[in-house]
Design a protein around this ligand. Structure first.
Ligand code: ADP
Length: 445
């Protein structure tokens, strides 16, 4: 087992990882920028190392600073968390070259899955269904138009290096394609320094269903069922639930088994998530995330498994020690992502929290690193808390979520709490009848 782990991240996820380490008897080193000296994870860590100024490229993305911090504190492993360097293959490689264990997959898996075209090709070769689209990158508007006419509109132009919903543009008609194409390219260049794009059939009413996977280094792979992340704004998840109200046990076993088989064939290791669009009873792979996901707690709530603990355990080389049949799901869980943003305009609202009361009681979990008097820095993303609620049935879960949202007090900054209260009262949400476009249609009304 590792003795000391460096947590190369910030915010609630740094705290989440710290918690798992402490429960495993592992000491933690939390790195931080000068803007995060007062962070909860920094306060709780066994050791904290300041690695640079607020801008992420000078701190959380500064690989030499992270490796130096791990060296001087004598860590044996590095956990990259979510975002920042979590899907940077070069970082994973360098971590291992410097003699530390990387708590994540191999650099090669990160590299393949980080290139969406390569990822689709890799999973297609194992027999997984993918969204119909171009074979590889599309280099000119003419080529994009020819392809789109062939597969029929609407189509989606997507960045090969995409993430966070960036570099993705819909073209409903041939006339819209040139603009969608150049906008996707420009956005991709600005966000990822790589303007390669491809074209995909745009599905008009799918749900986003993703499968949680866990693999050890000995070829054992299990899945932990699905999460339904269809409540999205600008291709970004807002509310997630597990299990999906749209799938039955047969479909769950089918897509879960298929995803686990694919991971096994690819020799994958660690935690990972395969994302699918699900429309009219069919699943289509869109991408794989080679890291922990923000919404992992809802899977933990229905399976009783600590995914971060498992992730750390398999990174030491330990075998899973259980099989698919040992994994049982119980009840229902929903997560609300609470951002420090105006709930109507979504403009970020950093600043000082001058009143804080988190909800509690049976089945209520808050994964957050904020506290009374905490100052939310303006330099990073606006996720400040995840409210995760479990119930023995979906209805119980919904009732509990409603009362938990009523209890939650975050004063001093604007948050998306009122948006969540409004969304979960919508009849479509209560009935589980929504797709990936539902929220945007509702907001447009
Ligand atoms: P990112 O890596 O930027 O998150 P994804 O490929 O995971 O991008 O897609 C994010 C979201 O965009 C999906 O959850 C879905 O809502 C939408 N999306 C992606 N591909 C398609 C498609 N072919 N048709 C319709 N919606 C899509």
């Amino acid at each position: 087992m590792f003795e000391k782990v460096l947590i190369a991240n910030r915010g609630e996820i740094a705290l989440r990882i710290h918690r798992a380490c402490r429960e495993m008897g592992i000491r933690t080193v939390v790195v931080h920028s000068t803007a995060d000296s007062d962070a909860m994870a920094v306060r709780l860590a066994d050791e904290a190392v300041c690695i640079g100024p607020p801008a992420a490229r000078d701190s959380y993305l500064n690989i030499p600073a992270l490796l130096s911090a791990a060296t001087i504190t004598g860590c044996d492993a590095i956990h990259p968390g979510i975002g920042f360097l979590a899907e940077n293959a070069r970082f994973a490689e360098m971590v291992e070259e410097h003699g530390f264990a990387f708590i994540g997959p191999t650099a090669q898996h990160i590299r393949v899955m980080g290139d969406k075209i390569a990822a689709k090709d890799a999973v297609k070769a194992t027999g997984l269904p993918v969204v119909p689209g171009s074979d590889g990158a599309v280099d000119t508007v003419d080529e994009a138009q020819a392809l789109a006419r062939g597969m029929g509109y609407p189509v989606l132009v997507k960045a090969t290096a995409g993430g966070g919903g960036k570099g993705m543009k819909v073209a409903m008609t041939d006339a819209e394609l040139p603009e969608a194409y150049s906008m996707a390219r420009n956005e991709a260049r600005a966000a990822f320094g790589n303007d390669s794009v491809y074209v995909e059939k745009y599905l008009d009413h799918p749900r986003h269903i993703e499968i949680q996977l866990l693999a050890d280094m000995h070829g054992n792979v299990v899945h932990f069922g699905e999460r339904d992340c269809s409540i999205q704004r600008r291709h970004q998840k807002v509310i997630e639930e597990a299990p999906s109200p749209a799938l039955n046990a047969e479909e769950r076993a089918f897509i879960g088994g298929l995803a686990a088989d694919t991971a096994r064939k690819l020799g994958y290791r660690g935690v990972g998530t395969m994302e699918f669009l699900y429309q009219d009873g069919e699943f289509y792979f869109i991408e794989m995330n080679t890291r922990l996901q923000v919404e992992h707690p809802i899977t933990e709530e229905i399976s009783g498994i600590d995914l971060v603990r498992e992730q750390i355990r398999v990174a030491t080389g330990a075998p899973l020690g259980y099989t698919q049949d040992d994994i049982v799901f119980q009840g229902h869980a929903i997560e609300c992502r609470i951002n420090a943003e105006d709930p109507e305009t979504f403009i970020p609202s950093p600043g000082r929290i001058d009143g804080y009361h988190a909800p509690g009681g049976l089945g209520v979990r808050v994964d957050s690193a904020i506290y009374d008097g905490y100052r939310i820095p303006p330099h990073y993303d606006s996720l400040i808390a995840k409210l995760i609620v479990r119930g023995s049935t979906r209805n119980e879960c919904l009732m509990r979520l409603r009362r938990a949202l009523e209890e939650y007090v975050i004063d001093g900054v604007k948050t998306t709490l009122p948006l969540h209260a409004r969304l979960i009262a919508e009849p479509d949400f209560i009935n589980g009848e929504y797709d990936i476009r539902w929220l945007e249609k509702l907001m447009a009304k």
